[in-house]
Design a protein around this ligand. Structure first.
Ligand code: CA
Length: 488
């Protein structure tokens, strides 16, 4: 178990309490000793990191090979217009799992820790745990190791050898953050280890083992890929011939009608300029696709295990990404922007007895819906602090009446409001973009100044947050000193 990082507390105390809970599971809820356990579905939530719409069911890239996500989508509903609450890891995940938006919590960025600022009992894993679910988690669920072990029954965090552990190594190089393993172009990939040793395979295997247990569970499997670095085994690169790689659709001067605040997020003179100058655009698109296919294979491990388990027909499956990813659209790479490719996420639901096999929904929804929807499907009261709206009506009927737009916030003061027809972006300095998603799905033409669309814009602005919490203090990076191995 040397490669596994699990706190002693988690392994010994929580596992002990879980055993006792397991013994009592048929009659008692741990922590609520007098309430009988309600029968009902289990929940498997799978979170992919930095996965955009380049997956089979969403067809964001014509060459993406994701047979397992195709299989998952064939069993339930795929949302074709689902968006994160924030287009970077920490605020997105904190919002999704706490049920509160960045504008409420003040958690807007990766350098802030949610753990001091979200009270116990609020996060979904802890809330459901108090309502009779065994709360189980593996891999990247919150931002890296931001776990409160006492809010889980069991949590497993395998060490990711491919991710940097010191603040210094996290500085983006000329090609962006770890777009190449060592910060500069080398071989297309360097991973030589057996797939079973890689963190995501370990997390999937751990979750697969949990499926052998009886009782009701809320289990989260957090996959690191396709987050950079894109070192995945050769067989995933072999799925994509470099010379035949199709680049994303772009036009020249796409940024000409974007206000300076948007251009500052795009950083066209940064990674994009360096990658294209070095002739590496196709190479990196291929690497991203390879990492997507690798993540897809881990989803396959989980589905195989679920299908063999006793929970096969009584488990809600939710597959979601924490935000999207640009690969050169708008001369931008990575996340941290308010355009479609940075905010749109895979969002696939299998809810037994509710979703129809192979159904698709085009309404705009956001990740704040996860908390209330899971509570509703699980027969648990939605707690008052939760800000999202349940999408259960859409799960049952993709054409159900839906008026709630998706709302995405990036840092403080920058927001996007999305409907099935429009994307309205307003930056902190008041500048705007408006895109007609029906006519212009690539968001090439900013029509924010069009007089005939003034009413559309006015209507969309009514969904912007009225108040925005002061950002909580950022975590001060530890002084540069040699840490004990595995202590970071
Ligand atoms: Ca444009």
């Amino acid at each position: 178990m040397k490669t596994f990082l699990i706190t002693k507390y988690t392994r010994q105390v929580r596992f002990g309490s879980l055993l006792i809970a397991g013994i009592l599971a048929t009659c008692l809820i741990p922590g609520l000793a007098s309430t009988p356990i309600q029968p009902g579905p289990n929940i498997l939530l799978i979170i992919a990191d930095d996965m955009n719409d380049w997956i089979g069911p969403m067809a964001g890239h014509p060459q993406a090979k994701t047979p397992n996500l195709d299989r998952l989508a064939s069993r339930g509903m795929t949302f074709l217009n689902a968006h994160c609450a924030a287009p970077i890891c920490n605020p997105s995940r904190t919002a999704m799992l706490s049920g509160q938006r960045p504008t409420t919590t003040g958690i807007y960025n990766n350098q802030q820790s949610w753990m001091k600022h979200i009270p116990a009992g609020r996060c979904l894993n802890d809330y459901l745990r108090q309502h009779g679910f065994a709360s189980l988690g593996a891999g990247k669920i919150y931002h890296y190791r931001n776990y409160k072990p006492e809010e889980w029954d069991e949590v497993f965090y395998p060490r990711d050898d491919t991710l940097p552990n010191s603040v210094a190594e996290r500085t983006p190089g000329p090609f962006g953050y770890r777009m190449f393993t060592e910060g500069k172009p080398e071989a297309a990939y360097q991973e030589q280890r057996e797939e079973e040793l890689l963190v995501d395979a370990q997390s999937a295997a751990w979750c697969a083992r949990q499926l052998e247990r009886p009782g009701r569970f809320f289990m989260v499997c957090g996959l690191h890929r396709p987050h950079t670095p894109w070192d995945v085994p050769k067989k995933y690169f072999d799925l994509y011939a470099l010379e035949s790689i199709k680049l994303p659709l772009v036009i020249s001067n796409d940024l000409a009608d974007v206000p300076p605040a948007g251009i500052a997020f795009a950083q066209p003179k940064g990674a994009h300029a360096n990658i294209t100058k070095a002739g590496l655009w196709k190479d990196r698109v291929r690497a991203y696709l390879a990492a997507v296919s690798f993540a897809d294979a881990q989803v396959g491990r989980l589905l195989d295990a679920l299908d063999k388990s006793a929970h096969r027909d009584n488990t809600i499956i939710v597959f979601v990404g924490d935000h999207g990813w640009h690969l050169g659209e708008k001369e931008h790479w990575a996340k941290s922007a308010l355009w479609r490719r940075a905010t749109q996420v895979p969002f696939i639901w299998v809810a037994p007895g509710v979703t129809k096999a192979g159904s698709r929904c085009e309404e705009a929804v956001d990740m704040m819906s996860i908390y209330p929807t899971l509570c509703e499907l699980a027969g648990v009261e939605v707690p008052k602090h939760v800000e999202g709206v349940s999408i259960k009506p859409l799960l049952a009927n993709s054409k159900a009446r839906w008026t709630q737009p998706a709302l995405i916030s990036h840092l403080r003061g920058n927001h996007a409001v999305c409907t099935a027809d429009w994307r309205y972006i307003r930056y902190a300095d008041g500048t705007e973009e408006l895109y007609d998603e029906r006519k212009d799905p690539n968001e090439w033409t900013n029509v924010a100044t069009s007089p005939v669309l003034a009413d559309v814009k006015k209507r969309l602005t009514t969904y912007l947050p009225v108040t925005e919490a002061t950002p909580v203090q950022e975590v001060v990076p530890p002084a540069k000193k040699k840490k004990k191995k595995g202590a970071s």
